[in-house]
Design a protein around this ligand. Structure first.
Ligand code: PEP
Ligand code: MG
Length: 589
C-alpha cells in the first residue's frame, strides 16, 4: 500500500473531504515523434481517425448533457469544439502530417493544434487570442483518446453524455480550472477541486466557494504525482492535502466533517435572525449574484438584498451585445424576484480577466491597468447608454428604484458622466435610480469626498482594491500570501473610504470577498460599513460573527491591527478574537 504523503497547499475554498482523484484536463507531456517509417503510418493514421471521431462524439455528448442541465448557451463551447474537429480541412491537415511528414498520431495533433493556437495568438484581437486556448483544449482531448485503450472508448463517451460525470464522487484534479470547465462536471459528484494554478480571489476560486465545493492549490510538481484513482484527503490538517491517506488521517477527516455538519446546523438556526451586533447595531447582509441561477440561493439565505449583481455574466453568455429590450426584461426579472429588496446592478465590467469575445479589444501589456470597467464603457457610449436605459426601463416597469454601480472608478469626471446620462434617461423613461461607485482603486479610496453629489453610495471592491494597493495580481498563485485584504495598507484604505463616505452622507458597503470572511467582517463592522455583500453561502458564518461581537471591542481590534506590519498578523489577530468568541473560521483560515 502506498505511504501517506502530506502536501502543503493553499485553501481556495474551505472544507474537509476525502475521495478518489479524477484527472481532468491534466497537462500531457508527449514526446514529439517524427520520421515514422512508411509501413507504420497506416496504423498511426487509423489511431488518429479513431481518436478524432471519439473526441467529436464525446464533445457532442457533453454538449447534449450540458445543454439539458445548464442551458444551450453553456453547451456552445463544446459544440464549437466539435465543429472544429469535424472541419474537413482541419482533418486533412492532421492526416497529411502523418502520411506525408511521418508524425505519430499524437504528435500530429499536438503540432497542428499548437500551430493554429500560435496563429490565433498573433492576431491583435482578444476574441482570436481566446480561440488559441480552444485549439489547445481540442488537442488535449484528442491526444487523451489516442492514449486510451480502444475497449474503454464506448464507456467514456457514454459517461460524457450521462447525467453523472464523474460517475462516482471524486476529487477533480486539474492544472487549471476555468468557470467553463467547471460547468462540464456533474457537480453533485465533485467532492473537491485540486489545482496547481490560481490565486485565492481568481474567479474559479470565488466560484468554488459560491458552490460550497472545497478547493485547494498545490505545487505543480506535486500535482503531477497524482494518478486517476489515488485517494486524496483535503485539509485533514488545515492547508494540507494528504495523498494516499492512512487510517488515522481518514478518521480525522471523518471527525472534521462531523464537526462541519454540526456547525452548519448551528448556523441554520440563525437564518431568520438579523445581523445585529451585541451592542445593537444592525448591519445589512446582502448577497452577490451574477445570473438567474443565483437568485434561489439568495432568497433561501434570506439576504437583505443584492449588493453586487455582476451584469457582465449576462453579456458573456451571448454571442453579441444583448439588445435593450432583452436586457431590460432580464433586469426586471431580477427586481421582481427580489420583491421590494434593494438590488445593486453593476454596470458591465469587462476587460482584463473578463474579455467579451465579440467586443474587439487590442492587446495590452498590463490589462488589469488598462481598458476596463468604466474606462471601456465611456469609450463605448452605445453600450453604456443602452444598458442604463434598460435598467431605468426595468425600474419604470416595476416601480422600484434601481441602484446602479460603476466599476473601476478613478476620477470624479467618470461618475459625473454616468450621473448626467442617468439624469437624462430618468426623464426619458420615468425610471428611478441611485448611482454609486465601486471603490476598487487606491485613487477612489483616497478621494471619496471628491465624489459628493455624484455618488449616492460606495461599495468597496476589495478583490481589486487589494491587487492595486499591493501591486499583487489576484490571479497569480506565485504571489501566495502577498495578495491579502488583511494587509494593514488595504485595511487603512477601506477605513478611510468608509469614514469619508459617511461624512458626505453616502451609504457604505463592501462587495469583495473580504466581506465573505468572518475575520474580514469584524474589521469592516469596526470601520462602520452599513452593508456587507458576499456569496449567499458565506452569509451565515458572517452573520454569526456579527451577532457575537461588540463594536467597541472590534474597534479596539482594528486599532491594534492598523499598527501591525503584515497581513498574516492582522488575520491572526481577528482569528484569535473570534476564537475567543467561539466563531467558526472563514474561507482559507
Ligand atoms: C472586486 O473587485 O472586489 C469586485 C467585487 O469585483 P470583481 O471581483 O468582479 O472584480
Ligand atoms: Mg472588481
Amino acid at each position: 500500500m502506498a505511504e501517506e504523503k502530506r502536501i502543503a497547499g493553499s485553501v481556495l475554498s474551505p472544507g474537509t473531504v476525502a475521495g478518489p482523484a479524477l484527472l481532468a484536463g491534466a497537462e500531457q507531456t508527449i514526446a514529439i515523434r517524427r520520421g515514422i517509417p512508411a509501413v507504420e503510418r497506416p496504423a498511426e493514421l487509423a489511431a488518429l481517425s479513431r481518436a478524432v471521431e471519439a473526441a467529436t462524439g464525446e464533445l457532442l455528448a457533453l454538449a447534449g448533457r450540458v445543454g439539458k442541465e445548464l442551458g444551450a448557451d453553456k453547451a456552445e463551447i463544446f459544440e464549437s469544439h466539435a465543429d472544429i474537429l469535424s472541419d474537413e480541412e482541419f482533418r486533412a491537415d492532421l492526416s497529411r502530417l502523418v502520411t506525408e511528414e511521418g508524425y505519430s498520431a499524437a504528435s500530429a495533433v499536438r503540432e497542428a493544434t499548437e500551430a493554429h493556437a500560435k496563429d490565433m495568438e498573433e492576431l491583435d484581437d482578444e476574441y482570436f487570442r481566446a480561440r488559441a486556448d480552444d485549439f489547445r483544449d481540442i488537442g488535449h482531448r484528442v491526444i487523451e483518446w489516442i492514449m486510451r485503450p480502444a475497449e474503454e472508448e464506448a464507456s467514456h463517451i457514454a459517461k460524457a453524455g450521462a447525467d453523472c460525470f464523474p460517475a462516482v464522487p471524486s476529487v477533480v484534479v486539474s492544472r487549471t480550472l476555468s468557470p467553463g470547465q467547471t460547468v462540464a462536471f456533474h457537480l453533485p459528484n465533485v467532492l473537491a477541486f485540486v489545482v496547481s494554478a490560481g490565486g485565492a480571489n481568481s474567479h474559479a476560486a470565488i466560484l468554488a466557494r459560491s458552490l460550497g465545493i472545497p478547493a485547494m492549490v498545490i505545487p505543480e510538481a506535486e500535482l503531477a504525482t497524482i494518478s486517476n484513482g489515488t485517494t486524496l484527503a483535503l485539509n485533514p490538517e488545515p492547508g494540507f492535502l494528504a495523498r494516499d491517506p492512512g487510517p488515522e488521517t481518514l478518521a480525522a477527516v471523518e471527525s472534521e466533517r462531523e464537526r462541519e455538519s454540526r456547525r452548519a446546523e448551528r448556523l441554520k438556526a440563525l437564518l431568520d435572525l438579523p445581523a445585529v451586533t451585541r451592542c445593537g447595531r444592525r448591519i445589512g447582509l446582502y448577497a452577490n449574484g451574477g445570473g438567474m441561477k443565483d437568485l434561489a440561493g439568495i432568497s433561501a439565505a434570506r439576504a437583505d438584498g443584492i449588493g453586487l449583481f455582476r451584469t457582465e455574466f449576462l453579456f458573456m453568455e451571448q454571442e453579441s451585445f444583448p439588445d435593450e429590450a432583452s436586457q431590460s426584461a432580464y433586469y426586471r426579472r431580477v427586481l421582481d424576484t427580489m420583491g421590494g429588496r434593494p438590488v445593486i446592478f453593476r454596470l458591465l465590467d469587462i476587460g482584463a480577466d473578463k474579455p467579451l469575445p465579440y467586443a474587439p479589444h487590442p492587446r495590452e501589456n498590463n490589462p488589469f491597468l488598462g481598458w476596463r470597467g468604466i474606462r471601456w464603457l465611456l469609450d463605448n457610449p452605445d453600450v453604456l447608454i443602452s444598458q442604463l436605459r434598460a435598467m431605468l426601463t426595468a425600474s419604470a416597469e416595476t416601480g422600484r428604484t434601481v441602484r446602479i454601480m460603476v466599476p473601476m472608478v478613478c476620477s470624479r469626471a467618470e461618475m459625473t458622466a454616468v450621473s448626467d446620462l442617468v439624469g437624462n434617461l430618468k426623464r426619458e423613461t420615468g425610471g428611478e435610480a441611485l448611482v454609486g461607485m465601486m471603490v476598487e482603486t487606491p485613487a477612489a479610496a483616497m478621494t471619496v469626498r471628491a465624489f459628493e453629489g455624484v455618488s449616492s453610495f460606495i461599495s468597496v471592491g476589495s478583490n481589486d482594491l487589494t491587487q492595486y494597493a499591493l501591486a499583487a495580481d489576484r490571479e497569480n498563485e506565485l504571489l501566495g500570501g502577498l495578495y491579502s485584504e488583511f494587509h494593514p495598507a488595504v485595511l487603512s484604505l477601506m477605513q478611510k473610504a468608509c469614514a469619508d463616505a459617511k461624512a458626505c452622507g453616502m451609504e457604505t458597503g463592501v462587495c469583495g470577498e473580504f466581506a465573505a470572511s468572518p475575520e474580514g467582517a469584524v474589521y469592516l463592522a469596526a470601520m462602520g460599513f452599513d452593508e456587507l455583500s458576499a456569496s449567499a453561502r458565506a452569509l451565515p458564518a458572517v452573520k454569526e460573527a456579527i451577532r457575537l461581537i461588540a463594536l467597541e471591542d472590534a474597534r479596539d481590534l482594528l486599532r491594534r491591527a492598523l499598527s501591525l506590519g503584515s497581513a498574516a498578523e492582522t488575520r491572526l489577530l481577528a482569528r484569535e478574537f473570534l476564537d475567543r468568541l467561539a466563531v467558526s473560521p472563514g474561507p482559507g483560515a
